[in-house]
Design a protein around this ligand. Structure first.
Ligand code: PDD
Length: 281
């Protein structure tokens, strides 16, 4: 396996960064996860757009131009021999003597990438039966729209789900509103068939599968509403599903041991699964 680190493609075992890297010291960095189909990056311009936004919000300098980054990523994918899989990309504020304030503006940002094979078709049998979730308090900061590598609350939430035998942990704000999954966007289908997901704000990550799916559903004649909903509406929903790069669409058939709807993936969830497959295949 190979990795890209600061301008070089090296065997993964030899890929290293400084222990003074600010992502290591302060989680001072951002990331993207993009899918690869037929050896090509899927929706790459959308990832670049979100990446630029994350960098801008945190005042981290882009390590290179978009064009150069694309060439570097594609070279890594080709050399890694990945046809279907995922690219992980991380940009940090660079390595400097430990000090909370930003280092000298000339400090070069750090860039690392890994391309790994991932068989998305293994999601098909999971989509047919649906997966389970639990809920937990959302313990994150107030800028969840930035795709920062500071993921400790997400890690803790996902682990709680795993220990409960659940696929995902749906996070709830103190006022009872649902934010998102530990690594997914959450959608509910209300009793009249409207497909609902939260509007974008500082409270949630602007998911790219979310953005794609809103368009696909609307084009297919489904009714989509971007509005907040609370944990009672989640538990009372006719259907629930989650979306992300690694689980394009996943029906959730039980939450905290209680069945969602009749406990099987509902029609809107299955439509969403089908529309997304048609898009990525
Ligand atoms: N997770 N919300 C959170 C908190 C996420 O971490 C993710 C993605 C999403 C969905 O975003 P997208 O549709 O762009 O993948 C929503 C990635 C895959 C991860 O951390 O591995």
């Amino acid at each position: 396996r190979l990795a890209y680190v600061n301008g070089r493609i090296v065997p993964l075992a030899q890929a290293s960064v400084s222990i003074e890297d600010r992502a290591y010291l302060f989680a001072d960095g951002i990331y993207e996860v993009a899918s690869i189909f037929g050896g090509a990056l899927f929706d790459w311009p959308l990832h670049l757009e979100r990446m630029a936004r994350s960098l801008n919000e945190l005042q981290i300098r882009a390590p290179m131009s978009d064009a150069a980054l694309r060439i570097a990523a594609e070279r890594l994918i080709r050399k890694s021999g990945v046809s279907t899989g995922m690219l992980y990309l991380q940009i940090t504020r660079g390595a400097a003597r430990r000090d909370h304030a930003f280092p000298d503006a000339r400090t070069p940002p750090g860039l690392s990438m890994i391309a790994r094979p991932f068989d998305f078709s293994r999601r098909v049998p999971e989509q047919q039966v649906g997966m389970t979730a639990i809920t937990a308090a959302d313990q994150r900061w107030s800028r969840r729209d930035i795709k920062s590598v500071a993921l400790l609350p997400n890690v803790i939430a996902k682990q709680a789900g795993k220990e409960a035998g659940a696929y995902e942990t749906i996070m709830i704000d103190p006022d009872g509103t649902v934010t998102e999954g530990s690594s997914t966007t959450v959608w509910v289908v209300d009793r009249d068939g409207t497909i609902v997901t939260r509007p974008l704000s500082h409270a949630v990550l602007p998911g790219l599968k979310r953005r794609r799916l809103i368009g696909l559903l609307e084009d297919a004649g489904e009714t989509v509403a971007e509005r907040s909903y609370d944990v009672a509406a989640l538990k009372d929903a006719a259907e629930v599903f989650v979306t992300s790069t690694s689980s394009p669409v996943m029906p959730i058939v039980s939450i905290g041991g209680e069945a969602v709807g009749d406990g099987t993936p509902g029609p809107a969830s299955l439509t969403a699964c089908r529309l997304m497959w048609e898009e990525i295949e």
